[in-house]
Design a binder for this molecule. Structure first.
Ligand code: BDP
Length: 728
């Protein structure tokens, strides 16, 4: 068991699970190779073979007798059998399906072929979990856009990828062997993801040169049988870089013609192309000349965009929207802009304000096939952030939520962090727009503001590693993302348990233990990494991995905690601070404006307070830091013993692999704990009530050992090693 099959293992059921009445044949109502209905037939055959050892014949015609599993679209069903299915099946929405299991008679009908395939996966998921109940229901997606983003580069590397090199690209082109891409599409389709953007948001113009359009066309070909559409990220400056134009101004006729032509070329090769993803005017200084933007080697100068030509972000988005509209495609336009102010203000401007500052005035100006894709919080995938206020500021614009399955700031898959409980804090947040209930989950589906389009995208970044993400346990986050994107009200723990049964089998101890570990994991990570809303105290400059709290206040990127000798926290109030709290609708703004009504877990996000400030728990801020870091690391240590208790209940290969990671996490949680408590102890001069900081009775320092080939090394910043000394 190397993890490659993820949750689609179709493992035989353990003894004691008597096989139910199974269909004796499969009728898949389309047999053409690229058809998802054909895939559904193959998948049903494979699943039933794996789980029950029974090989069923698949045909595309036949009588819908009892004891058959019929899979197809509603209209294929009507055509084949001349009779109409029940009304529930007739009123399905796009991608929805109807599942009717009555013992050995199974009917799986999709509104479209993709829906039929989803239904087949659903039936197999029930069987694989030993659930043999008769069921009869229709289900529809919460929103039409259920995408993933891959930050894969043309050279085969993956930005913030932790599971090996790209399954799509190498050496500037598309891989000749796309087996893994097809297997990935199978996983995505089983969790009802309907499109995947395959290249990094910091796009390279070469992705859309003629040769690579043919290449990505081959990726689309292997995605198609799974109902997964392909999308591409674009480099805004391509008209200059690829088209040899002297400008990439979105209003220039030559530029418009360039994008029309590229779009035509893409649709010629990929008729079911999903759409574009655009990151423009982001992560860098704006207002520099186009050529400076292109020729600069300066770190992070930024991604080119319409602001370079004094055009608005809406004008930038609509350029692509108009090119793609005739083909029915959409544009996902990212709201990840910051550094919005000229140089002199970059040490004082609050990055959290940028998205609303830019996008709110443009509300109503985006074309109908544009969706503004918004990261869940206003900074960048931190361990705790308030919901982005942009969700409350775009009432006449389609929006989508951007999540990150890749744990960029959250341990990069070497730490177990089950993310849905974090995502829930955003989805279930009520923004109270116009003093009415306005949950983020209802904004992004389009329901709250009656928008025609909406949904979500998650940055996943799987790689060639057999485990996909680099860690077996991290796959629960991908699985859960798909489940939530279909139904944002689903329960995090139930999703996790389904995933565990499918991934590791039906043993109750295994399910309980993985549930306990996973549900405790995000709170533990928050405890040892960054508390009370002060963000993940990562090394923010380069790695985004281990602790380096000093970097937060030493960059011009606006991710500050404003820690000094007496106080900490970023004052984002209207009365005294950056005004960020005023970007929320009145009821929410009032809550965050006042320390008394700001929840403790976001206190330092919104307020600058003394270390001795009392929390609602009665503890001081500084004592909370100390206690939380020790508690968090202790929880991470318990994971090791909990996992070890599963020895023999899980195959050795995956058992050892996960154990290795849990031991690493336990060790690294101490590195985190000590770096952060030392930092705050040093800067505040306030001792820990429990006397733990700097006290390590059982520790043997590496530099005190006999060193063979190693030298002691004084590290900077001091808190990164005990006694400031590491060995190298
Ligand atoms: C940041 C990543 C950077 C991405 C950026 C983005 O560190 O590599 O390009 O997000 O979302 O978190 O565009």
């Amino acid at each position: 068991e190397n993890g490659l099959q993820a949750w689609l293992r179709y493992a035989p059921l353990p003894a004691g699970h008597n096989a139910p009445a199974l269909p004796s044949s499969i009728i898949a109502l389309n047999s053409s190779a690229s058809s998802p209905v054909n895939t559904a037939g193959q998948e049903l055959q494979k699943g039933i073979q794996g789980i029950f050892g029974k090989t069923l014949r698949v045909s595309s015609t036949g009588k819908a007798t009892s004891a058959a599993a019929v899979v197809g679209t509603v209209s294929q069903f009507q055509k084949a059998f001349g009779n109409s299915p029940v009304t529930d099946a007739l009123s399905l929405e796009e991608d929805g399906f109807w599942l009717n299991v009555q013992g050995s008679t199974v009917q799986i009908l999709g509104q479209n072929e993709r829906g039929a395939l989803y239904g087949a996966f659903e039936y197999l998921s029930m069987l694989a979990q030993g659930n043999f109940s008769d069921v009869q229901y229709a289900t529809n997606p919460a929103a039409p856009v259920r995408w993933i983003n891959s930050w894969d580069n043309m050279d085969g590397s993956i930005t913030r990828g932790f599971g090996g090199n790209s399954i799509f690209f190498a050496n500037g082109g598309v891989l000749s062997n796309l087996t893994r891409a097809a297997e990935y599409a199978r996983l995505l389709s089983s969790i009802r993801i309907n499109a995947a953007v395959v290249n990094d948001v910091n796009a390279n113009f070469t992705t859309i040169n003629p040769e690579n359009i043919q290449g990505v066309g081959r990726i689309a070909d292997v995605f198609r049988p799974y109902g997964v559409q392909l999308g591409l990220s674009l480099d805004f400056a391509s008209p200059m870089e690829l088209g040899n134009l002297s400008t990439y101004d979105p209003l220039d006729d030559g530029v418009i013609a360039f994008w029309d032509d590229i779009t035509q070329q893409i649709y010629d090769r990929i008729p079911d192309f999903a759409g574009y993803l655009v990151k423009a005017d982001s992560e860098g200084k704006f207002f520099v000349s186009p050529s400076a933007m292109l020729n600069s080697t300066e770190f992070n100068l930024g991604t080119p965009g319409p602001l370079v030509y004094n055009r608005t972000l809406a004008q930038g988005a609509n350029l692509f929207a108009q090119a793609i509209k005739p083909f029915g495609g959409i544009v996902m336009y990212r709201a990840f802009v910051y550094n919005q102010l000229p140089d002199e203000a970059i040490w004082t401007a609050d990055r959290a304000n940028a998205a609303v500052d830019f996008f709110q005035p443009l509300d109503g100006q985006f074309d109908d096939n544009v969706i503004v894709q918004i990261k869940y919080g206003p900074i960048d995938f931190q361990v705790r952030e308030p919901a982005s206020p942009l969700f409350a500021n775009l009432l006449e614009t389609n929006t989508a939520l951007e999540l990150q399955v890749a744990q960029e700031y959250l341990g990069q898959q070497t730490h177990l962090v089950y993310l849905p409980p974090l995502w829930r804090t955003i989805l279930d947040f009520d923004l109270r727009v116009q003093n009415q209930s306005s949950f983020v989950r209802d904004v992004i589906t389009g329901e709250r503001f009656k928008r025609p389009l909406g949904g979500s995208a998650a940055v996943v970044n799987v790689g060639l590693n057999d485990t996909w993400l680099g860690s077996h346990l991290a796959m629960s986050n991908l699985y859960a993302y798909g489940r939530l994107a279909w139904d944002w009200t689903s329960d995090s723990e139930e999703i996790l348990q389904d995933w565990t049964r499918l991934t590791f089998g039906l043993d109750e101890t295994v399910i309980d233990t993985i549930t306990q570990m996973s549900m405790a994991s995000w709170p533990a990570y928050e405890n040892y990494s960054g508390n009370l809303g002060e963000q993940t105290l990562n090394d923010i400059l380069y790695t985004h991995f281990g602790p380096n709290p000093q970097t937060l206040d030493n960059t011009p990127w606006g991710q500050w905690t404003r820690a000094d000798h007496t106080s900490i926290g970023m004052d984002r109030t209207v009365s005294n601070g950056t005004g960020f709290s005023g970007q929320y609708p009145p009821e929410v703004a009032a809550m965050f404006e006042d320390i008394e009504t700001t929840p403790d877990n976001l206190l330092l996000w919104f307020h600058h307070v003394n270390y001795t400030q009392k929390l609602k728990s009665g503890k001081t801020v500084i004592q909370h830091f100390y206690d939380a870091h020790y508690e968090g690391a202790e929880t991470a240590h318990q994971f090791v013993g909990m996992w070890e208790s599963l020895k023999g209940k899980i195959d050795d290969e995956r058992f050892e692999d996960v154990l290795y990671r849990q031991v690493f996490q336990a060790g690294h949680s101490i590195v985190w704990r000590d770096a952060i408590v030392n930092f705050y102890n040093n800067i505040s001069g306030i001792p820990d009530d429990a006397g733990r900081v700097g006290h390590h009775p059982f520790r043997i320092e590496a530099e005190s050992m006999e060193l063979d080939g190693y030298q002691p090394y004084v590290v900077s910043p001091f808190e990164a090693a005990s006694g400031s000394i590491a060995i190298v």
